[in-house]
Ligand binder design. Sequence first.
Ligand code: SF4
Length: 463
Amino acid sequence: MPPDPLVSAAPAAGRRVYLETFGCQMNSADSDVVIARLAEAGWRRVDGVAEADLILYNTCAVRDHAEAKVRGRLGALKALKQSRPALRIGVMGCMAQREKADLIRRFPHVDLVVGTDQFAHMPQLLDRLGGEEHIVATDFGDFEDAQPVPARAEGVNAWVPVMRGCNYNCTYCVVPFTRGREKSRTPAQIEDEVRRLVAAGHVQITLLGQTVDAYGKTLGDGSTLAGLLRRLHEIPDLARIRFVTSHPKDITDELLDAVAQLPKVAKHLHVPAQSGSDRILRMMGRRYTVDDYRRFVERARQRMPQVELLSDFIVGFPRETDADFADTVRLMDEVRFAGAYVFMYSQRPGTAAANLADDVPVAVKKARCNHLLDLQVVHQAEQHAALHGQILEVLVEGPSKSDPQMLHGKSLGNRNVVLPRSDADGSARDPLIGRIVPVRVQRSTGLTLFGEVEPVAGTPPPR
Ligand code: SF4
């Protein structure tokens, strides 16, 4: 693994940055770029705001709850800034892009507001701060495709953004405002980055995009996600490829065929349905019907009977009735997802849905949310029980968070699997980490499978 540039490259008296990331994996990937850029400029990352010369928040705007957390953090920094006027405070990410200069009007102790296409220029923006009181850099269209190598943490998986922005306009969503129009990186840039990641020891990559299955459309040269998967599949020592998140309208047969045919590609599709009611889907502007979604499920399962499907659902969208909600429950019962993220609708300023009264009471939203979460656990528990005795190909990712004496990994279908360590004393990095091993499932909960590594005939068990 390469050394952490923030540790190794910073001069002894280097300036210190504290960076906290909120929200999705795209934000984490952006933070890695900022950290790499700042490290080149002599900044060193620290773990607490008290020791920092620069405090950065990389923010999320998808729900008000996420923004409220950042507002709380910023409010709490006012006194620190008064006692240390040289301290720099910056806000980047989706909330910065959405609020722009309003953030500084509300929090005058914030020095820097950096949008989702401008963060790679962070060192230059900080230099400019010497001569300007505040900087708001939120223009679109200046994103550098040739990004610097991000400062990635050591690990089995590396996240690789392959596109940014979104050309859909779902009525509840701020992403088109905060991330702008869809733009794809070229296959050559992506392959180059993945080869470097594999050389650095990562064995799994996860391709990221708001609608990752739309990858390539804006390049205008016939590039598709299916083609990209086939290209990356050729990279030696790359063991597994994942991609998130897909829009139901962009899942082509060509893509499903590629996923089915390429052994390194996880048999796992994260395709948010959002609702099981056509009426609500229309109001959400999702551009498909529930039957379209059912047909996608059918097309996927025809090619890959074992494919694991993951969905997102929003409950409590304006005017969602009990009957609409029952349609969502019916869809879940029919499809039997391998996983589901469930969110209560959160009205976002500037979106089309903000013109509709947020009329589903919070208590009803909560009840519907809990209902779907409970249902999902029941479905998963049933699916997991059916796997008892079966052997899964598990990519071992590291120590289990709940029990460091055990290891944690992911099946080809992205199920969580816990297995015993292979090293007796548990003192060093377990040699199974980063390897794909056959694991026989022995027991399970609704969330996790537990198993033992299966000895392969004629070879000793992996050590
Ligand atoms: Fe938002 Fe819809 Fe685009 Fe997803 S597809 S990022 S929900 S606008």
